[in-house]
Design a protein around this ligand. Structure first.
Ligand code: DGJ
Length: 737
């Protein structure tokens, strides 16, 4: 029983684990340096609140699991009962194990059957992580608790509770939510919401007293899921301010919450949203919460991304091969599958430099439209009389990988599968959920349904030679999602993870994209078993700028699918130049979603030039630090990627609309080495954007490049050309000398 001080990167975590109750987080935030052991108790004492009028007679402190028995009157960390009893707990500390600095990551011992996410051999902290395991019990309530904490080399914190029922009778878990304290200097909140084609829309406001609760009840992560819930100092931005953020890593119903109380505490937390009766533990069973990821930055939102991106890139399963430029045929052909047409499209794709060709929805039995066929995982004989292999061979003969769309969890009532097994559908007793895109959700907790689906997906991958990629779609919410008469979202979520895990184990070379009506399944738990996300069905570059910026708060560019769409966007009807579309799609896992068989030779040549530029910049884009500019004009959006060694960078400056100011003002180029000198130029080989000016800024007029120090570029910036609205300028920056 001790005071634990963990330090990684620029983050410290101090835990008062001296008992007798659950440990308290004394500090989560900036690195405190190597504190001497005798200073830790002084630090703990210095943070104990006073006793004030009309309150408990002793100071109340917030533990890792807030309890009423410790004087907590906010949202409880645990809510549950045993047929109306054991509804409140007073956990006592049994032990604390700390593994800090050892070569082998400490594994957490668990007992009993797991009801939550499966115990998972894939490490979520990495070998360099510091780990704390807290063991506590409330024998009176018949419960024991394990709290797993990691602080990894990037400074990313994870928290997970495991609750075990030690009693003889069943115990229902209604809520189990890890929380972390945030200091009083954090007075503003930022989170994200959204809808189909408008994912990740930021919203920010002062942090009021009370709870700001973001609930997702979609049975999937949701278009409106807040990838991060951020609390920070007033006016924090991308490059400034102190910020704390959490991410609830769960692809089912979940809650992420910020709570500020008149008693002085403020917390961030997140967990699973449980339906009554969903988690009822038998004697000896345990429930594990989703992982709560938590990051701190003293340098604004970019610092948070830095922690998260560094963590993700260090994972063993992080994709490390160059991300293949992808052409997805959805917006090119929709359901109109025709071998010759698709072969022609593949030829054009290869000509412009595409490296992966993905056949989307429409290939399975009877799936001529979205009202039939889902669930019948056989290739349609009428449309594909010789199967998919001729197309796969054609694609591969042109040096491209072949990818295939699937939507495994779904079934159309108009399908052979549904007709044979109407009981394999998630539903409340006696009625089917309302249809959504004419489909229902297969009950993957039903062993036969699960086994059937696994064997069909396995067969599709085994029977075809050369499927390198699955686009794994999921096009509806789970509504009244019951399994065997009981709430089924939790079991479904765990089953989907298991399905993905089993399929990956059988086909380790196959990459998987997480897509869900665009970007409705973006979270760090699905990303432990998938290789990228589809950010949105909206390929309109103007909308995409915002969607990608905010998706990128959590994910590095190589995990975000970004495609060049057609001139007129299919989802908004806006019209954009190719340059604007291409610059926007450059900063991700690049691709094309456009019928390029119908475009002119000039357009094709320009597209090929943009693809070639992406490939040249790809090593930088997919390994560097993401930076965003806090520009005073909301109509200007600037962002970039800087090499980890700061030897080069690429920035994009986009004009979203016109502004009242005639000239845009200077744009700072953040993240460069202040003492180094850099040449800034427009990249060769691609057209420049449309400008609204009679003469360009001085540095562009003559030499078309400028050399300045990183400190000047970061603090003064450059006067940029006056862009027409919905135009973007790309800047390449290279260290000289
Ligand atoms: C929704 C996806 O987001 C789209 O990209 C496409 O795959 C369609 N489903 C196909 O039905």
């Amino acid at each position: 029983m001790t005071i634990v001080h963990l330090r990684r990167a620029r983050t410290s975590l101090v835990l008062d684990a001296r008992g007798p109750g659950l440990p308290r987080v004394v500090h989560w935030g900036a690195d405190l340096g190597p504190l001497p052991a005798d200073e830790l108790p002084v630090l703990v004492d210095a943070t104990i609140p006073p006793v004030v009028p009309s309150s408990f007679d002793a100071p109340t402190v917030l533990s890792l699991l807030p309890e009423a028995s410790a004087g907590w009157s906010g949202r409880p960390g645990l809510a549950g009962h045993r047929d109306g009893r054991d509804w409140s707990t007073a956990f006592r500390l049994d032990g604390v194990d700390v593994v800090d600095g050892g070569p082998e990551p400490g594994r957490v011992a668990t007992g009993g059957a797991a009801v939550g996410v499966p115990d998972d051999e894939r490490d979520h902290g990495g070998a360099d992580a510091a780990r704390v395991t807290v063991r506590a019990a409330d024998p009176g309530a018949g419960l024991s608790l394990t709290v797993e904490i990691t602080l990894d080399a990037a400074g990313l914190l994870t928290l997970r509770h495991r609750l075990r029922n030690d009693g003889d009778t069943r115990y229902e878990v209604r809520e189990l939510t890890p929380v972390l304290p945030v200091p009083a200097v954090a007075t503003e909140l930022l989170d994200l919401t959204g809808r189909w084609c408008r994912e990740r829309t930021p919203q920010r406001h002062p942090w009021p007293m009370g709870a700001w609760v973001r609930e997702g009840r979609h049975g999937r992560t949701g278009h409106d899921a807040t990838l991060l819930l951020v609390a920070g100092t007033p006016g924090f931005g991308f490059r400034h301010g102190e910020v704390w953020a959490v991410h609830t890593a769960w692809s089912g119903d979940h809650v992420t919450v910020a709570e500020r109380r008149p008693t002085g505490e403020a917390t961030l937390g997140g967990g699973e949203l449980l339906t009554p009766g969903e988690i009822v533990l038998d004697s000896g069973e345990q429930y594990a919460t989703p992982l709560l990821y938590a990051a701190h930055s003293a340098t604004g939102l970019d610092g948070l991304s830095d922690v998260l991106h560094t963590h993700l890139r260090a994972r063993p399963q992080h994709p490390r091969t160059p991300r293949p430029v992808t052409l997805n045929v959805w917006e090119a052909v929709y359901f109109d599958h025709d071998l010759d047409r698709l072969k022609g499209l593949a030829d054009r794709a290869a000509e412009v430099g595409v490296e992966r060709f993905v056949l989307d929805d429409g290939w399975l039995q009877g799936r001529r439209h979205d009202r039939a066929g889902l669930g019948d995982w056989w290739v349609d004989d009428d449309v594909w009389p010789d199967g998919l292999q001729p197309l796969i061979d054609h694609v591969r003969a042109r040096g491209m990988q072949f990818g295939l769309w699937v939507e495994p969890e779904m079934v159309n009532p108009d399908s052979d599968l549904f007709r044979a097994h109407p009981d394999w559908v998630l539903q409340a007793p006696g009625r089917l959920p309302p249809e959504w895109r004419h489909q229902q959700v297969l009950d993957l907790a039903h062993p036969d349904a699960y086994a059937h689906l696994l064997s069909r997906l396995d067969a599709v991958l085994t029977e075809h030679d050369g499927i390198a990629y699955l686009k794994w779609d999921h096009n509806r919410d789970l509504t009244e999602a019951g399994h065997a008469g009981r709430p089924g979202v939790h079991a479904q979520t765990v089953a989907v993870y298991r399905l993905l895990d089993e399929l990956r184990a059988r086909h380790p070379g196959v990459e998987i994209e997480s897509c869900s009506s665009g970007g409705a399944r973006v979270d760090l738990e699905i990303l432990r078993r998938t290789d990228r996300v589809w950010a949105s069905d909206c390929n309109d570059a103007l909308e995409r700028l915002s969607i990608q910026r905010w998706t990128g708060l959590l994910l590095p560019p190589e995990l975000i699918g970004t495609h060049v769409g057609p001139e007129r966007s299919h989802t908004t009807h806006r019209v954009h130049d190719l340059g604007f579309r291409a610059v926007t799609a450059l900063f991700g896992h690049h691709g094309i979603e456009w019928d390029i068989s119908g475009i002119t030779a000039t357009e094709r040549a320009e597209l090929a030039a943009w693809v070639a530029l992406h490939k040249r910049l790809r090593p930088l884009l997919h390994s560097g630090r993401v930076v965003r500019v806090d520009h005073p004009d909301p109509a200007v959006q600037a962002h970039g990627v800087v090499a980890q060694d700061r030897s080069r960078a690429v920035y994009a400056v986009s004009r979203l609309a016109t502004s009242v100011a005639q000239v845009p003002g200077t744009v700072r180029l953040p993240g460069l080495g202040p003492a180094r000198r850099y040449a800034v130029r427009l990249p060769a080989g691609v057209p420049e954007p449309a400008l609204l000016e009679l003469a360009p800024p001085g540095w562009l007029a003559s030499e078309r490049e400028v050399t300045l120090s990183g400190s000047v570029l970061g603090s003064v910036g450059l006067q940029l050309p006056a862009l027409h609205p919905e135009q973007a300028l790309l800047l390449e920056v290279t260290a000289v000398g």
